[in-house]
Design a protein around this ligand. Structure first.
Ligand SMILES: [Zn+2]
Length: 157
């Protein structure tokens, strides 16, 4: 078996840019701090600028403090001034490609479903080769977003 079976998936074979994003998520996953669950997650978030923001899950001895890879990537991007995104790749070693938790779906929706017509493609990858791609709106239908308010967030530009 290939050392990178996920690269053999039809989705990634057809999209080298996405495969490169997944490769970054695979690489950064090694930095995950998951001594309690042993469940390492890597995320790579592609900004509209073309810049990539990486994230890993970071657990804590006080379990409730843990934060997911998807949110660390979003927080890093926003801290660096990027608020619009073209894609996210999320990598685990689960038997099936694992989907983001509810909090991460909501965090992504804040930026990735905020405007009419926006819908972030989410690529879920298992190191065993399982690859799925679906829009964020499928993961979080009827999302509560800034559009749910009658006013726009004052800091959005
Ligand atoms: Zn999460």
């Amino acid at each position: 078996m290939s050392a990178t079976p996920w690269l053999e998936s039809p989705i990634l074979r057809a999209d080298p840019e996405l495969a490169a994003l997944v490769a970054q998520a695979v690489a950064v996953r090694a930095n995950a701090w998951a001594p309690y669950s042993g469940f390492r997650v890597g995320a790579a978030l592609l900004g509209e600028s073309g810049r990539v923001y990486l994230g890993v899950n970071v657990e804590n001895a006080s379990y409730g403090v843990a934060i997911c890879a998807e949110r660390t990537a979003v927080v890093s991007a926003v801290a660096q001034g990027e608020r619009r995104f073209r894609a996210i790749a999320i990598v685990t070693d689960a038997a099936e490609a694992a989907a983001p938790c509810g909090i991460c779906r909501q965090t992504l929706a804040e930026f990735a479903l905020a405007e009419d017509g926006q819908d972030l493609p989410v690529t879920l990858v298992s190191l065993n080769g399982a690859v799925t791609r679906l829009p964020l709106s499928t993961l979080l239908p009827l999302a509560f977003t800034p559009r749910s308010f009658q006013v726009r967030p004052t800091q959005r530009s």
